[in-house]
Write a protein that binds this ligand. Structure first.
Ligand code: SF4
Length: 304
């Protein structure tokens, strides 16, 4: 049973544009997420071990969004809005509740560009609406001439292994289904790609596994693939670090020491690890002729 919640604000303005996804704002129609990924960065004691039990729908959010966007539009403060930055905008409750669809209608009305990353093929329901936004959106002045698109779509993939994905991402579509969804979105004419974020240290960050992800993304016609490391927060019973280490104990107990060395008391793996991961990803992107940057993709497409 979904909790019904009233909110006072729904549009979050970032201090700085996200350098990977290019969003200046984010909105979340739901609180929590039924994809229930064990490593999810939003996990904390507030959401509980099973996020689905604490899941809430922000019932008045479309009206609040309308007021907030009208005010930003009046001032000309256009920017890309990440729909579902702390939830999956197309998790299975969306089929019935249509909150994301209502959000998109308001975004279209005020001509705001959007970024959506989802692990759920339900996004295909909104293809026509997204096409209207793609045409009508007004980009922020500094992106005009560089992006030329009002919609950027993506999916996230942490591994191509079905078995690991079923354990770690129990409520999401399987990785290959997500890539098929991206292929369909490409065939519909969208700028669409893959976030290989987070890749899993010593499990899906090997040369062979990243090769599998990058080549699969290229084979499904993705425009880009962004590769990033795993963050692990907290030591409470429902926090991502705790749940992830439980997963390691069950499936990869021989890796626990390596993980402890890599993370220590930090949320992030070491800088050296991140640099090596990036170098590996860039090399494989070159090998398969796929971009590792949304802006570069858009620039190449506008020249072509
Ligand atoms: S789909 Fe995203 S928001 Fe949902 S649980 Fe997984 S990582 Fe978290």
């Amino acid at each position: 049973m979904l909790i019904q919640k009233e909110v006072r604000s729904v549009l979050n303005k970032h201090k700085k544009r996200d350098s990977w996804f290019l969003d200046d704002y984010s909105v979340n129609p739901y609180e929590g997420c039924s994809c229930n990924c064990r490593y999810c960065y939003i996990r904390g004691s507030k959401y509980g071990e099973n996020m689905e039990e604490k899941l809430a729908v922000k019932v008045n959010a479309p009206d609040i969004l309308e007021k907030q966007l009208a005010s930003r539009a009046r001032k000309g403060e256009y920017g890309i809005v990440f729909v579902g930055s702390a939830t999956d905008a197309y998790m299975h409750h969306e089929k019935e509740l249509k909150m994301t669809e209502q959000f998109l209608r308001v975004l279209l009305k005020y001509c705001f560009p959007v970024f959506v990353s989802t692990r759920c093929p339900l996004i295909l329901r909104d293809v026509n609406l997204l096409k209207e936004i793609d045409k009508a959106a007004i980009l922020p002045a500094d992106l005009q001439g560089k992006l030329n698109r009002g919609v950027i779509l993506a999916t996230s993939v942490s591994t191509m292994s079905e078995e690991i994905a079923r354990t770690l991402e129990p409520g999401a579509a399987l990785p290959v289904q997500r890539l098929e969804m991206i292929q369909q979105l490409k065939e519909e004419g969208f700028l669409a790609g893959v976030n290989a974020i987070p890749v899993l240290p010593f499990i899906s960050d090997t040369e062979e596994e990243i090769d599998r992800m990058v080549s699969s993304a290229a084979n499904h016609q993705a425009d880009f693939i962004l590769v990033g490391g795993l963050t692990l927060f907290g030591d409470g019973p429902a926090d991502s670090k705790t749940l992830y280490f439980k997963f390691l104990e069950r499936k990869f107990p021989h890796l626990i020491t390596q993980y402890r060395q890599l993370y220590g008391n930090n949320f992030y793996p070491s800088r050296r690890y991140q640099d090596e991961l990036q170098e590996k990803a860039n090399r494989l992107c070159t090998k398969y002729g796929i971009s590792n940057s949304i802006l570069e993709t858009a620039a190449a497409q506008s020249k072509g």
